[in-house]
Ligand binder design. Structure first.
Ligand SMILES: CC(C)(COP(=O)(O)OP(=O)(O)OC[C@H]1O[C@@H](n2cnc3c(N)ncnc32)[C@H](O)[C@@H]1OP(=O)(O)O)[C@@H](O)C(=O)NCCC(=O)NCCS
Length: 171
C-alpha cells in the first residue's frame, strides 16, 4: 500500500538490483524479520547479507523507485546450469497485485539475456498453493520431488523453467 493506504498498481513498480546501500540493508532487515514469522522461517539478516556478499547470489527488489520502500524481493543463486530461486517474498499488504509475477518475469528476462543459463529452478511446498499457482502460470513445470525436504517432513516439488518461452502475461 502507499502512504495513504491505497494499493500501488504493479504497473508503477520497477525492479532494482540489491547493491548493499545502508537504505537497502535497512529494508532487507525488515524483510528478514518478517521471514522469521509463520511456518516457513527463512534466513536471518546476517545470513542473507553473507549470501549476498558472494559472487553467485543476486537479489532483485520491486519498488516504485530505487530509494522507495520495497514491495517484494527475489533471491537467486546463479550457476552455469541454471538460476536457483532461493526465495521469493512479497509483504502481505502488497500481495495479489502482480508484484511476484513482475519479479519472476524480470528474473526470466535476465536469465535469458545475461546470466550463464536461461533456465530457472526452484523448490516449493505442495501446500503453498499461492506460490505453486504463480509458478505454473509462468510456465514452470514439475521435474522432480524431494522427499521430506522441509523440516516438518513435507516434500518439496522441484519446478523448472527452461527460459526459452516466457508466456505473455498482463504486466
Ligand atoms: C507467493 C507470493 C510470493 C505471491 O506474491 P504476489 O505478489 O501476491 O503474487 P502475484 O500477485 O504476482 O500473483 C500472480 C499469480 O499467482 C497466483 N497466486 C498468487 N497468490 C495466490 C493465492 N493466495 N492463491 C491462489 N493463487 C495465487 C495467481 O495465479 C496470481 O495471478 P492472479 O492474481 O491474476 O490470479 C506471496 O504470497 C508470498 O510472499 N508468500 C510468502 C512467501 C512464499 O511463500 N514464497 C514462495 C516460496 S519460496
Amino acid at each position: 500500500m502507499d502512504r495513504d493506504g491505497g494499493v500501488i498498481p504493479a504497473a508503477v513498480v520497477g525492479i532494482f538490483p540489491y547493491a548493499g546501500t545502508p537504505e537497502q540493508d535497512l529494508q532487507l532487515g525488515q524483510c528478514a524479520a518478517a521471514w522469521q514469522e509463520g511456518q516457513q522461517p527463512f534466513w536471518s539478516l546476517s545470513e542473507t547479507q553473507s549470501m549476498l556478499a558472494g559472487d553467485s547470489c543476486r537479489a532483485f527488489f520491486a519498488a516504485t523507485s530505487e530509494d522507495a520502500q520495497w514491495h517484494g524481493v527475489v533471491l537467486v543463486e546463479v550457476t552455469a546450469e541454471w538460476s536457483d530461486l532461493l526465495y521469493l517474498y512479497v509483504p502481505q499488504a502488497h500481495r495479489r497485485n502482480g508484484i511476484a509475477r513482475l519479479l519472476l518475469l524480470h528474473l526470466l528476462e535476465r536469465a535469458r539475456g545475461e546470466l550463464p543459463s536461461p533456465a530457472v529452478i526452484l523448490e516449493v511446498r505442495p501446500s503453498n498453493l499461492a506460490a505453486w499457482s504463480l509458478y505454473l502460470s509462468l510456465g514452470f513445470v514439475e521435474v522432480g520431488r524431494r522427499k521430506a525436504y522441509y523440516s516438518n517432513g513435507e516434500d518439496a516439488l522441484v519446478l523448472k523453467h527452461l527460459g526459452y518461452e516466457v508466456p505473455w502475461v498482463r504486466r
